[in-house]
Design a protein around this ligand. Structure first.
Ligand code: ADP
Ligand code: X15
Length: 407
């Protein structure tokens, strides 16, 4: 049983709130997209309105990557979204950070520096070991409670996600609560249930497909994106050198055998693309599977019109659809059709649940709206769909008991 903000006596309490605001970053190292920040506004505003003292913890990017930047611009944007001053301190658990947290008054908010600027935060630990890291030992003395709202990072076993809830009374924030409600009760949704697996995380998608087919959760699995291409090759289709090289370069070559095994075991419930779109002479050109391989250098960048028609027919009978991953390279205008039309068709299904960071940004870019639930998580949502436990959620379940809220 996980405690929520309803169980927390917030007034005058100093709360460390872990959010996931890991976002695209502009060339000047500032925030390029505030969607993930917006998602956490309800949780933070509630804690501040209830006179909590809020210290925000988050990571941004990965060490060495282009998006590995400070949270200063996140704090500025958060201040605009919350309509109140939000301080930022360029420290996470040192004296400067502790002083900033101790200085908070009721209703104040400070954003601490990118947790991953410290090497331990990019390592995976058992919770008890995570509790003995510098971040946790540095912050625990100045915090009364911990709130985890970072569903999108809940599949990571890092100190700010599993260490802090080992030593502090801990609660799920509103984003975490709603994600667990929806994604944790997929088995209770109405059937027929269709899973649409696209995008580029091939091994994760094959894990999900195995799991939901074995458990009888999926009536149909529709494949698209790079996942669809891997299944086509597994089915003996010659997609040409460009697509094959891409799959090889991404390290997914071994997944072809797994996809073939899955087709052997459950092929009757797995749908494969019937045509693909390639770049020919600078334009979109569709080729039926029978007309493959494509020309030299041509790669399968999207599903084609016949596939869309076929998938729409399957979706027509569905009561629930769960989608993850774009159907094609939606970033290129010529190859966004598959994603737009397939996801648009899914909005007509009574229950439509979408997961994936790139998927959510594709849908915003393409203006597709009307889903029952759009998850903030990519990898975390996929892990939940295989009914695997998420380390940060388990840490919340095992967190120390807290006194009941007065109100
Ligand atoms: N046919 C394809 N060939 C190459 N890349 C593709 C193809 N289809 C989709 N993609 C890419 O997949 C990426 C998103 O996949 P993924 O990271 O798995 O999604 P999410 O973050 O939603 O889980 C996008 O950058 C998109 O361009
Ligand atoms: O963006 C995230 O995950 P996602 O790309 O699966 O949605 C999370 O912030 C986790 O980041 P990480 O995959 O660098 O640990």
């Amino acid at each position: 049983m996980i405690a929520t903000l309803d169980d927390l006596d917030v007034e005058g309490t100093t709360v460390g709130v872990r959010v996931d605001v890991n976002s695209p970053i502009d060339d000047d190292d500032t925030l390029a997209d505030d969607a993930r920040l917006r998602a956490h506004v309800d949780t933070l505003a509630e804690l501040l309105e209830r006179d909590g003292r809020v210290a925000v913890l988050a990571h941004q990017g990965r060490p060495g990557g282009d998006e590995f930047v400070s949270l200063e611009s996140h704090a500025e944007r958060l201040s605009e979204l919350l309509g109140q001053p939000v301080d930022y301190v360029d420290a996470t658990f040192t004296d400067a950070a502790r002083e900033a947290v101790r200085d908070l008054e009721d209703g104040d908010c400070v954003v601490l520096e990118n947790t991953r600027f410290y090497s331990e935060e990019y390592m995976e630990f058992e919770p008890e070991r995570a509790a003995r890291t510098h971040l946790v030992e540095g912050l625990e003395p100045v915090l009364d409670a911990y709130v985890n709202d970072a569903f999108a990072a809940a599949h990571r076993s890092q100190p700010s996600l599993v260490g802090l809830p080992t030593v502090l009374p801990s609660y799920a924030g509103r984003v975490m609560e709603s994600e667990l409600d929806v994604l944790g009760s997929i088995e209770e949704t109405d059937e027929p249930r269709v899973y649409v697996l696209g995008g580029a995380k091939v091994s994760d998608s094959i894990d999900v497909a195995w799991s939901v087919l074995e458990k009888g959760l999926a009536d149909h699995v529709l494949t698209a994106g790079v996942v669809g291409n891997v299944f086509l090759i597994a089915d003996g289709v010659d997609l040409g050198d460009a697509s094959s090289d891409f799959i090889y370069d991404q390290g997914y070559w071994d997944e072809i055998d797994r996809a073939a095994d899955l087709l052997d075991a459950h092929g009757d419930r797995i749908a494969l693309p019937r045509d693909v779109a390639v770049d020919r002479d600078g334009g979109r050109h569709e080729l039926g599977v029978n007309a493959l391989p494509p020309g030299d250098g041509e790669s399968a960048m999207d599903i084609g019109g016949s596939t869309l028609e076929y998938y729409r027919r399957v979706l027509e009978d569905a009561e629930t659809v769960i989608l993850n991953g774009p159907a094609g390279v939606f970033e290129d205008d010529r190859f966004e059709t598959g994603t737009r039309q397939l996801y648009d068709a899914a909005t007509d299904i009574p229950t439509s649940i979408v997961g994936g960071g790139d998927t959510a940004s594709a849908l915003r870019q393409l203006g597709v709206e009307g889903f029952s639930h759009v998850s903030t998580g990519g990898g975390a949502a996929l892990r939940m769909l295989t009914a695997e436990s998420l380390p940060a959620v388990t840490a919340l379940e095992n967190a120390p008991q807290q006194p009941a809220a007065d109100d």
